[in-house]
Design a binder for this molecule. Sequence first.
Ligand code: FAD
Length: 454
Amino acid sequence: MPNMQNEKTPMPFQDPTIRSKNFEEVALGYTKEMAIQEANRCLNCKHKPCMNGCPVHVHIPEFIQYLSNDQIDEALHEIKLTNNFPSICGRVCPQESQCEKECVRGIKGEAVAIGRLERFVADHGEDKVTTVKTNGMKVGIIGSGPAGLSCAIDCAKAGFDVTIFEALHASGGVLTYGIPEFRLPKSIVKKEIDALRHYNVKIENNVIIGKIKTIEDLWDEGFKALFIGSGAGLPNFMNIPNENAVGVVSANEYLTRCNLMKAYDDRYDTPIAKPQHTIVVGGGNVAMDAARCARRLGDKVTLVYRRSLDEMPARKEEVEHAMEEGIDFKILTNPVAIEKDENGRVSGMTCVSMELGEPDEKGRRGVTVKENSEFNIACDYVIMAIGTSSNPLLKDSEKKLEVNKRGCIVVNEDQMTSIQSVYAGGDAVSGAATVILAMGAGKKAAESICKELL
Ligand code: FAD
């Protein structure tokens, strides 16, 4: 029976007053009844506009049809034809600006909740593990974020002997050290990584390529192709006065302490600040995650962003959740200096008010400083979340690896770098972007590796 309700079937969420004090998952997921009810809103359009909105072209109408017929394993198999990690994408993809943006049901009401359905299928379906005949050729993957994991699984399914080299002691890249537990439980990431072992993918943690081993060493060890998915983990700062005061940190450091090193959990020794008033600077997903962690750990949290709410790059749902959890948003506000006390500790932030200007060629409105608008906010902790750049470690150790002016690795249309048989993708190539784009790049590189070696 088609469901002609204009609104999405609501998803249960933890109550904001309760969840702002814990790190458990905020969105609780559909029950089977809710999922089938929502699946029945899909019109199964012949021209499948939603698929064009998905960077990896998941067969969306097909998986939703299986789901509405209660064939959950078949639905999962259909998704996995193009997306290796649907339980992750169903939770963190910006569906509102991708697949759901193109959904026909969105013209008169709300789009079909494709992300929520993908999550349901991934959490409840069982995928067949295929047996693979190995070809004995070794492929090395540098970095275990979504780009590396995606390239690894596709290479392994094609029969290669795959080893991932990961600098950190835990695998998953930003999925593990960046995105907090309350948005993406680490048990979900672990399950996806464990699934790689069915295809005999080996993961060597605590190995920094460029320091512990070089690319040359990997050729000597018999690797026939390499994929670099080293991400964009180098935090940017504003270069404003006193930014080196005690109590100013990058969002990367803060989130790594909190998520990877589990500082929020009293059973772990990792220290983390518990200030009275934290200011988070930025308006992307990273800023929202840092602000929401700080809220769960501390007292008052203010988010300072120089444009308006409409220009915020963070997912709309994350912004709404942050507001519900009691984070104070100071928009059209830009820091110009950090204030510090006699001990060198942060004591406040000097800000100016901003005004929106005309849209640029991409439609994004510029901002200018309002005259005589300087004001001060008292605070004792500042988290800078204003973007990241590509990690320079590999390019510094491998002079033949071409990078552009922003330090991103340059690749051709096959994802091959300036070094023969070395491929790259994800944030290391694009600069900070999204999980699904990183996965898509890893997948494309795996195809190119197959083309070159098989
Ligand atoms: P990464 O995930 O950064 O992984 C790179 C890995 O390579 C890391 O594990 C690193 O330790 C390892 N590495 C680096 N150098 C070396 C080396 N020399 N040797 C060995 N290993 C190395 N995207 C979304 O789509 N939705 C979201 O909601 C979202 N939220 C985000 C929240 C935060 C806090 C952050 C930081 C990012 C978020 N993103 C989100 C962006 C998304 O996570 C990234 O675009 C994506 O993880 C990039 O994947 P990647 O594989 O290229 O790199």
